[in-house]
Ligand binder design. Structure first.
Ligand code: ADP
Ligand code: AMP
Length: 214
Protein backbone atom coordinates (compact mmCIF):
# COMPACT_ATOMS: atom_id res chain seq x y z
CA UNK A 1 0.00 0.00 0.00
CA UNK A 2 1.51 3.31 -1.11
CA UNK A 3 -0.01 6.26 0.69
CA UNK A 4 0.54 10.02 0.67
CA UNK A 5 -0.56 12.04 3.70
CA UNK A 6 -1.76 15.51 2.70
CA UNK A 7 -2.76 18.31 5.05
CA UNK A 8 -1.63 21.58 6.59
CA UNK A 9 1.39 21.64 8.89
CA UNK A 10 0.10 20.43 12.25
CA UNK A 11 -2.95 18.66 10.81
CA UNK A 12 -1.80 15.37 12.31
CA UNK A 13 -0.13 13.76 9.28
CA UNK A 14 2.87 12.53 11.25
CA UNK A 15 0.72 11.25 14.12
CA UNK A 16 -1.45 9.23 11.73
CA UNK A 17 1.45 8.14 9.52
CA UNK A 18 3.23 6.59 12.53
CA UNK A 19 0.06 4.72 13.58
CA UNK A 20 -0.49 3.48 10.01
CA UNK A 21 3.15 2.43 9.64
CA UNK A 22 2.81 0.32 12.81
CA UNK A 23 -0.48 -1.22 11.73
CA UNK A 24 0.60 -2.14 8.20
CA UNK A 25 4.29 -2.67 8.97
CA UNK A 26 5.50 -0.36 6.21
CA UNK A 27 8.00 2.52 6.44
CA UNK A 28 6.96 6.03 7.47
CA UNK A 29 8.91 8.45 5.29
CA UNK A 30 8.84 12.01 6.60
CA UNK A 31 10.88 14.57 4.66
CA UNK A 32 10.71 16.88 7.70
CA UNK A 33 12.27 14.12 9.86
CA UNK A 34 14.94 13.48 7.20
CA UNK A 35 15.87 17.17 7.12
CA UNK A 36 15.90 17.40 10.93
CA UNK A 37 18.18 14.33 11.13
CA UNK A 38 20.53 15.98 8.62
CA UNK A 39 20.56 19.20 10.66
CA UNK A 40 21.35 17.22 13.82
CA UNK A 41 24.20 15.39 12.06
CA UNK A 42 25.59 18.63 10.60
CA UNK A 43 25.44 17.48 6.96
CA UNK A 44 25.62 19.85 3.99
CA UNK A 45 21.98 19.07 3.17
CA UNK A 46 21.03 19.88 6.77
CA UNK A 47 22.80 23.25 6.65
CA UNK A 48 21.05 24.17 3.39
CA UNK A 49 17.61 22.92 4.53
CA UNK A 50 17.80 24.75 7.89
CA UNK A 51 17.98 28.14 6.16
CA UNK A 52 14.53 27.59 4.70
CA UNK A 53 12.95 25.64 7.55
CA UNK A 54 13.75 28.31 10.14
CA UNK A 55 11.85 30.85 8.04
CA UNK A 56 8.85 28.58 7.53
CA UNK A 57 9.68 28.26 3.83
CA UNK A 58 9.85 25.09 1.76
CA UNK A 59 13.23 23.54 1.06
CA UNK A 60 13.80 23.82 -2.75
CA UNK A 61 12.39 20.97 -4.84
CA UNK A 62 15.85 20.06 -6.19
CA UNK A 63 17.05 19.24 -2.66
CA UNK A 64 13.93 17.23 -1.87
CA UNK A 65 12.78 15.13 -4.85
CA UNK A 66 15.83 12.92 -5.44
CA UNK A 67 16.02 12.20 -1.74
CA UNK A 68 12.52 10.73 -1.71
CA UNK A 69 12.88 8.95 -5.04
CA UNK A 70 16.05 7.23 -3.74
CA UNK A 71 14.31 6.33 -0.47
CA UNK A 72 11.26 4.65 -2.08
CA UNK A 73 13.58 2.47 -4.20
CA UNK A 74 15.00 0.82 -1.07
CA UNK A 75 14.05 -2.78 -0.31
CA UNK A 76 11.95 -2.02 2.76
CA UNK A 77 9.57 -0.01 0.53
CA UNK A 78 8.68 -2.94 -1.72
CA UNK A 79 5.44 -3.69 0.20
CA UNK A 80 4.50 -0.04 0.45
CA UNK A 81 5.18 3.15 2.40
CA UNK A 82 3.60 6.24 3.83
CA UNK A 83 4.87 9.59 2.57
CA UNK A 84 4.42 12.32 5.19
CA UNK A 85 5.18 15.90 4.16
CA UNK A 86 6.02 14.98 0.57
CA UNK A 87 5.00 16.03 -2.02
CA UNK A 88 4.44 19.62 -0.96
CA UNK A 89 4.48 21.29 -4.41
CA UNK A 90 3.12 20.37 -7.85
CA UNK A 91 6.68 19.92 -9.26
CA UNK A 92 7.42 17.49 -6.40
CA UNK A 93 4.24 15.54 -7.22
CA UNK A 94 5.23 15.43 -10.89
CA UNK A 95 8.73 14.28 -10.00
CA UNK A 96 7.26 11.48 -7.86
CA UNK A 97 4.87 10.48 -10.66
CA UNK A 98 7.71 10.33 -13.18
CA UNK A 99 9.75 8.13 -10.87
CA UNK A 100 6.77 5.85 -10.15
CA UNK A 101 5.91 5.57 -13.85
CA UNK A 102 9.48 4.52 -14.59
CA UNK A 103 9.11 1.83 -11.88
CA UNK A 104 5.72 0.76 -13.30
CA UNK A 105 4.18 1.70 -10.01
CA UNK A 106 1.61 4.15 -8.60
CA UNK A 107 0.24 5.75 -5.44
CA UNK A 108 -2.85 3.98 -4.07
CA UNK A 109 -4.24 6.73 -1.85
CA UNK A 110 -3.63 10.38 -1.06
CA UNK A 111 -5.31 10.99 2.31
CA UNK A 112 -6.09 14.62 3.08
CA UNK A 113 -6.30 15.24 6.83
CA UNK A 114 -8.55 18.27 6.85
CA UNK A 115 -8.12 20.75 9.75
CA UNK A 116 -9.03 24.47 9.64
CA UNK A 117 -6.32 27.08 10.31
CA UNK A 118 -7.80 28.06 13.73
CA UNK A 119 -7.17 24.55 15.11
CA UNK A 120 -3.72 24.41 13.53
CA UNK A 121 -2.39 27.31 15.60
CA UNK A 122 -3.39 25.50 18.83
CA UNK A 123 -1.90 22.24 17.66
CA UNK A 124 1.45 23.73 16.69
CA UNK A 125 1.94 25.81 19.83
CA UNK A 126 1.28 22.72 21.97
CA UNK A 127 3.33 20.28 19.90
CA UNK A 128 6.45 18.95 21.60
CA UNK A 129 9.09 16.87 19.85
CA UNK A 130 11.60 14.49 21.40
CA UNK A 131 15.24 15.47 20.79
CA UNK A 132 16.20 11.79 20.83
CA UNK A 133 13.72 9.71 18.80
CA UNK A 134 11.63 12.45 17.15
CA UNK A 135 8.33 11.25 18.68
CA UNK A 136 5.70 14.01 18.82
CA UNK A 137 3.26 14.83 21.60
CA UNK A 138 0.83 17.59 22.47
CA UNK A 139 0.77 19.24 25.89
CA UNK A 140 -3.05 18.98 26.02
CA UNK A 141 -4.22 16.48 23.38
CA UNK A 142 -1.47 13.88 23.69
CA UNK A 143 0.60 14.53 26.83
CA UNK A 144 3.52 12.42 28.01
CA UNK A 145 3.27 10.52 31.30
CA UNK A 146 6.02 12.69 32.81
CA UNK A 147 6.02 16.35 31.73
CA UNK A 148 8.79 17.22 29.27
CA UNK A 149 10.13 13.64 29.02
CA UNK A 150 9.60 11.31 26.06
CA UNK A 151 7.50 8.21 26.93
CA UNK A 152 9.36 6.19 24.32
CA UNK A 153 13.04 6.95 24.96
CA UNK A 154 13.20 9.13 28.11
CA UNK A 155 14.91 12.09 26.37
CA UNK A 156 13.92 15.74 26.63
CA UNK A 157 11.02 17.31 24.69
CA UNK A 158 11.30 20.66 22.91
CA UNK A 159 9.11 23.15 21.05
CA UNK A 160 10.41 23.08 17.47
CA UNK A 161 11.79 26.46 16.35
CA UNK A 162 9.47 26.41 13.37
CA UNK A 163 6.44 25.81 15.62
CA UNK A 164 6.78 29.27 17.17
CA UNK A 165 3.73 31.42 16.31
CA UNK A 166 5.56 33.86 14.00
CA UNK A 167 6.83 30.97 11.84
CA UNK A 168 3.57 29.01 11.94
CA UNK A 169 1.77 31.87 10.20
CA UNK A 170 4.33 31.74 7.36
CA UNK A 171 4.07 27.98 7.11
CA UNK A 172 0.28 28.20 6.80
CA UNK A 173 0.57 30.80 4.02
CA UNK A 174 3.09 28.62 2.21
CA UNK A 175 0.77 25.63 2.66
CA UNK A 176 -2.22 27.43 1.12
CA UNK A 177 -0.17 28.75 -1.80
CA UNK A 178 2.02 25.81 -2.69
CA UNK A 179 0.69 22.61 -1.12
CA UNK A 180 -3.10 22.89 -1.09
CA UNK A 181 -3.26 22.65 -4.94
CA UNK A 182 -2.16 19.02 -4.50
CA UNK A 183 -5.66 18.20 -3.24
CA UNK A 184 -7.03 18.87 -6.74
CA UNK A 185 -4.02 17.20 -8.32
CA UNK A 186 -4.71 13.88 -6.55
CA UNK A 187 -8.48 14.27 -6.86
CA UNK A 188 -8.02 14.46 -10.63
CA UNK A 189 -6.04 11.22 -10.46
CA UNK A 190 -8.92 9.54 -8.58
CA UNK A 191 -6.86 8.62 -5.49
CA UNK A 192 -7.89 11.40 -3.08
CA UNK A 193 -9.60 10.51 0.21
CA UNK A 194 -10.69 13.19 2.70
CA UNK A 195 -10.89 12.67 6.47
CA UNK A 196 -12.02 15.10 9.16
CA UNK A 197 -8.81 15.79 11.07
CA UNK A 198 -10.52 17.77 13.84
CA UNK A 199 -11.69 14.54 15.55
CA UNK A 200 -9.54 12.90 18.21
CA UNK A 201 -6.52 10.90 17.07
CA UNK A 202 -8.13 7.46 17.33
CA UNK A 203 -11.25 8.57 15.45
CA UNK A 204 -9.12 10.05 12.66
CA UNK A 205 -7.13 6.82 12.53
CA UNK A 206 -10.29 4.67 12.36
CA UNK A 207 -11.61 6.85 9.53
CA UNK A 208 -8.38 6.44 7.54
CA UNK A 209 -8.27 2.68 8.08
CA UNK A 210 -11.92 2.44 6.96
CA UNK A 211 -10.99 4.22 3.73
CA UNK A 212 -7.91 2.07 3.10
CA UNK A 213 -9.78 -1.16 3.75
CA UNK A 214 -13.02 -0.26 1.93
P1 ADP B 1 1.86 17.19 11.11
O1 ADP B 1 2.71 15.95 10.94
O2 ADP B 1 0.70 17.22 10.16
O3 ADP B 1 2.65 18.46 11.08
P2 ADP B 1 1.51 16.23 13.86
O4 ADP B 1 1.10 14.81 13.64
O5 ADP B 1 2.88 16.48 14.37
O6 ADP B 1 1.20 17.13 12.55
O7 ADP B 1 0.43 16.89 14.84
C1 ADP B 1 0.54 18.25 15.27
C2 ADP B 1 0.22 18.37 16.76
O8 ADP B 1 -1.17 18.10 16.97
C3 ADP B 1 0.99 17.37 17.62
O9 ADP B 1 1.29 18.01 18.84
C4 ADP B 1 0.00 16.22 17.82
O10 ADP B 1 0.25 15.54 19.06
C5 ADP B 1 -1.34 16.94 17.82
N1 ADP B 1 -2.41 16.15 17.19
C6 ADP B 1 -2.31 15.29 16.14
N2 ADP B 1 -3.51 14.77 15.82
C7 ADP B 1 -4.41 15.33 16.67
C8 ADP B 1 -5.83 15.21 16.87
N3 ADP B 1 -6.57 14.40 16.08
N4 ADP B 1 -6.40 15.95 17.85
C9 ADP B 1 -5.64 16.77 18.63
N5 ADP B 1 -4.32 16.93 18.51
C10 ADP B 1 -3.70 16.22 17.55
P1 AMP C 1 7.37 18.93 8.64
O1 AMP C 1 8.14 18.16 9.65
O2 AMP C 1 6.71 18.05 7.61
O3 AMP C 1 6.39 19.90 9.26
O4 AMP C 1 8.44 19.81 7.82
C1 AMP C 1 9.21 20.80 8.47
C2 AMP C 1 9.85 21.70 7.43
O5 AMP C 1 10.73 20.94 6.59
C3 AMP C 1 8.89 22.40 6.46
O6 AMP C 1 8.32 23.58 6.99
C4 AMP C 1 9.82 22.67 5.27
O7 AMP C 1 10.66 23.77 5.51
C5 AMP C 1 10.69 21.42 5.25
N1 AMP C 1 10.11 20.36 4.39
C6 AMP C 1 9.64 19.15 4.79
N2 AMP C 1 9.18 18.45 3.74
C7 AMP C 1 9.37 19.23 2.64
C8 AMP C 1 9.07 19.11 1.25
N3 AMP C 1 8.49 18.00 0.75
N4 AMP C 1 9.40 20.12 0.44
C9 AMP C 1 9.98 21.24 0.89
N5 AMP C 1 10.26 21.45 2.19
C10 AMP C 1 9.96 20.46 3.06
Amino acid sequence: MKIIMLGAPGAGKGTQAKMLADKYDIPHISTGDIFRANIKNGTELGTKAKEYMDKGLLVPDELTCDLVVDRIKQDDCAKGYILDGFPRTIPQAECLDNALNAMNDKIDYAVNVDVPDENIIKRMSGRRACVGCGATYHIVYNPTKEEGICDRCGKELILRDDDKPETVENRLNVYHEQTQPLIDYYNNKGVLQEVDGTKDMQEVFDAIVAVLEA
